[in-house]
Write a protein that binds this ligand. Sequence first.
Ligand SMILES: [Zn+2]
Length: 486
Amino acid sequence: MSTARAIYRAKWVLGFKDGAHRLIEDGEVEIDGRTVAYVGPRRASAPDGVAVRDFPEGMLLPGFISSHAHLCSHVGDRMMADTGRHDLFSCGFLNYLPAGKDGANFLAPEDPEVGIRYAIGELLKSGVTTVVEMGGEVGGNTDIMVDIAGEMGIRGYLAPGYASAHYHYDTNGRLRYEWLPDDGEAQFETACEAAARNNGKYDDRIRGILVPVEAVLTSRRLLRRTREEATRLGLPITLHVAETIWEFHETVRREGNTPLGVLAEEGFLGPDVILGHMLFYGGHSQTGFPRVNDLELIAESGAHVSHSPFVFSRRGISLEGFRSYTEHGINITIGTDSYPQDMFNEMKFASILGKIYEQDFKAAPARDVLNAATINGAKALGRTDIGQLSPGAKADLLVVDMGRYAFGPMLDPIKSMIHIGNSQCVEHVMVDGRVVVEDGRLTMVDEDALLAEVRKGGDAVYRAYPDYDFKGRPAEAIAPPAFAKW
Ligand SMILES: [Zn+2]
């Protein structure tokens, strides 16, 4: 079903030349099968028999790379707006994720396959053509996710996650860590096997990755095992690290170093590692910890940071900042994390919060955040065939409808897109030469039916919340509505 050969013409095309994105007015992209054959100014005529598609008000860009996302419907995250436990500091997910009383599974009433389809749909509709998934949430069976991603057309780094420990709440609601007798070795071996086996599936759209889900749940031994196996298998690594204030202090107490410092001590860091979030370095204003050389260690190692500004801003947390990381020489990429999976939203917040933190309107400009969502993400995955439109690159692209009323006067379409755009403006998306979004709608699934199924699953989870909560409270007690009922 991939396009044999086609020419896309658009009012603007963001092509890639001499090591940087360049804006072409009245541009043209020729697609030959799964790759880009030509990028440049519109040519006088099209070769015989080649279909031409015109986007007179469109801007054609390389597909975005979300370097950190969870493919599920996020029923729990959606409860955590404007609310949460004080003893978890600013963390959202700890409010609902750890297993409840008697090991009850909060997500059990939901169909996980529906959640995966919904999340992939959100990503594609937002112009994300490559996603790095954070360890699966389907009981470790990522083969289901691989097949859904294969069918829906996204490019993805997918594998089961693993850990040495898991969280749970005791009967008093206190957060506990429970270390597995085998230190997570069995999960680790399953994950390595699946990552290696699925690597290259679906015309190489699916790649393997090692995901020790959270640094704070991974023993030093398992960190070292991960490093060894990633090198041996030639697969990248990602994990959550320095994500919560709670985790920062737990790590300092238990390991005697910052979360990043522990990774550095174990020789874990390297150019094949994406550090999910990496907010709380020693010296971040919310840690109460002295400034140490965490950022310098990241830069020296060549590891990358995945930045998800919107999710954390919702919890009153911000990366400090954006420019300060890049000035250290750190490669910043962007992840859509939980909800909404909207790359436009993330780029806008990355720019705005980057300016606020530096108190400088020149910080985190549109150019840098668009690079973060494209070529920086590709670099983090060791690739030059995605995140850019150039001959030989994968035919992964999106078209943004710049003819929308909201865009108004147009001086620079890239700045307008960053400051005004949202994923509703995406009209067309292609991955690997295959059209996955047409006129803003998913081509591989019935969107309306999928949304109805997701709502049904979410309602079932919220209804069953008392069975899971350590005090048996209803969901409304944890997540009160914005206004009282009539
Ligand atoms: Zn995450």
